[in-house]
Design a protein around this ligand. Structure first.
Ligand code: SF4
Length: 428
């Protein structure tokens, strides 16, 4: 489903075609325009949600203001106050690929007008390329078991004192069914630790059963498995993978992923791409030893992998890991990376990560969505398991029901819109 910016109705007139439609004039942050309302009961002063020049739903003023609070774009920036080199880089992103040193300069954007200009530019590009639609997707974390030992993760194999769970295959299928057929989601990520209790056959069976019952895009986030495993899941109906490389600095990668290889991870991502998966990938900000230059290389790696979805979040320390005392990644750097990712991949899906929301709370959601991000990923893991998927502590949970209530297009049209967007992402 998607969210869109509401508008106030300024005036109403009959369509004149003996149809139960009205022509209405609305006003939003981009001015006034005339659109068609799909319902008769409407008058000046009402608020509506609209899309593609159609008002599709009336909405209360209070709720409209709450949505505006979340989705309204940043205010205009006085670019005359910008350093000329910085300004040239922002202009250049419209006509050519940015060079590594230019990305580094943007990452060094100072607080104040430079940072505001960068985030605002990304937001403008998001609006120009993707209009005022913000996708809402769901994630179901179906197993907190993991055979790996990543130093930053609370689910690592050596975390002995945590409560772990595995959802039964029928529970997973039923949770997706509920999310899609009752709540209106059209894209669900199925996530777990690297848990080989779930064999390829089990995962494929789950995917097939979901696809029999639901019109939904399924993204698998089940870690490092063989190319053959991913081929089988693709054949079973999986559409995408969520598989982060975490850092492109091999020395850092090796130091935090005992027994794993950066080259193998990237090779697997490339194989997934060849298999036709929609690729969601990204990295962590604030890892030990990570420099701004490393982050620039991470952004370049995302671009070179042809990522269709960019997922970047700040590192958050967990008490049960060896990095418990390492400081959390910076929200400001996360926003800069979100913005630069938008400049480099204008049509990519960029969700606001839960990690950003966790360190910034509700403000993180708004900051992300006004800095180039265009999607939210809601946690749909059943309540009884949710608290036990503790990659890091105090995970943020927002007002999902409110946003679900105003998510537009929960029927077939929404699936078709997403399908179109996904195929466009492949064309880039
Ligand atoms: S980051 Fe993923 S693979 Fe690594 S320990 Fe955590 S759940 Fe396992």
């Amino acid at each position: 489903m998607c969210l869109t910016i509401p508008a106030k109705v300024i005036s109403v007139e009959d369509s004149g075609d003996n149809l139960p439609l009205k022509r209405i004039t609305i006003r939003d942050s981009r001015g006034e325009r005339s659109i068609t309302a799909l319902f008769e009961d409407i008058r000046a002063g009402d608020w509506v949600l609209y899309a593609s020049d159609m008002a599709v739903e009336k909405i209360s003023e209070d709720d409209a203001r709450e949505i505006l609070e979340l989705l309204e774009p940043r205010s205009h920036i006085d670019i005359s106050r910008l350093d000329s080199v910085f300004l040239e880089i922002l202009k250049a992103c419209h006509t050519r690929e940015l060079r590594r040193e230019e990305i580094i300069r943007l990452l060094h954007a100072s607080e104040g007008v430079e940072m505001e200009a960068l985030l605002s530019e990304a937001n403008t590009i998001r609006q120009a390329r993707l209009r005022d639609f913000f996708c809402i997707h769901g994630i179901i974390e179906f197993s907190s078991h993991c055979v790996r030992n990543c130093l930053y993760c609370g689910l690592r194999r050596d975390s002995n004192d945590i409560q772990r769970y595995r959802m039964r295959p029928d529970e997973i299928v039923n949770s997706v069914y509920d999310a899609v057929n009752r709540r209106g989601y059209k894209l669900i990520v199925l996530q777990s630790g690297d848990d080989f209790y779930y064999t390829d056959d089990m995962l494929c069976d789950i995917i097939r059963k979901i696809k029999e019952k639901c019109r939904v895009f399924i993204f698998m986030s089940v870690g490092e498995r063989s190319r053959t495993s991913y081929e089988k899941m693709k054949d079973a109906g999986a559409n995408g993978v969520l598989f982060r490389f975490e850092t492109s600095n091999k020395a850092i990668y090796n130091s935090i992923h005992p027994g794993q290889s950066y080259d193998e991870r990237i090779a697997l991502l490339l194989e997934m791409k060849k298999l036709g998966y929609f690729i969601a990938t990204g990295f962590l900000i604030g890892l030990p030893g990570q420099t701004v230059e490393d982050i620039a290389d991470d952004i370049i790696t995302i671009k070179s992998l042809g990522a269709n979805m960019v997922t970047v979040g700040p590192f958050i320390p967990s008490d049960v890991t060896p990095l418990a005392l390492h400081p959390a990644g910076s929200a400001a750097m996360t926003l800069k990376v979100t913005a630069i990712s938008r400049l480099l991949t204008p049509k990519a899906k960029i969700p606001v990560t839960t990690a950003l929301e966790t360190i910034e709370n509700e403000a993180g959601r708004k900051l992300g969505l006004s800095s180039g991000a265009n999607a939210l990923m809601f946690n749909l893991t059943p309540e009884k398991y949710r608290g036990d998927y503790m990659i890091y502590p105090n995970k943020y949970h927002g007002k999902e029901e409110f946003w679900e209530k105003y998510g537009l297009y929960k029927e077939e049209l929404s699936y078709k819109m997403l399908e179109k967007k996904m195929s466009e992402a492949f064309e880039e």
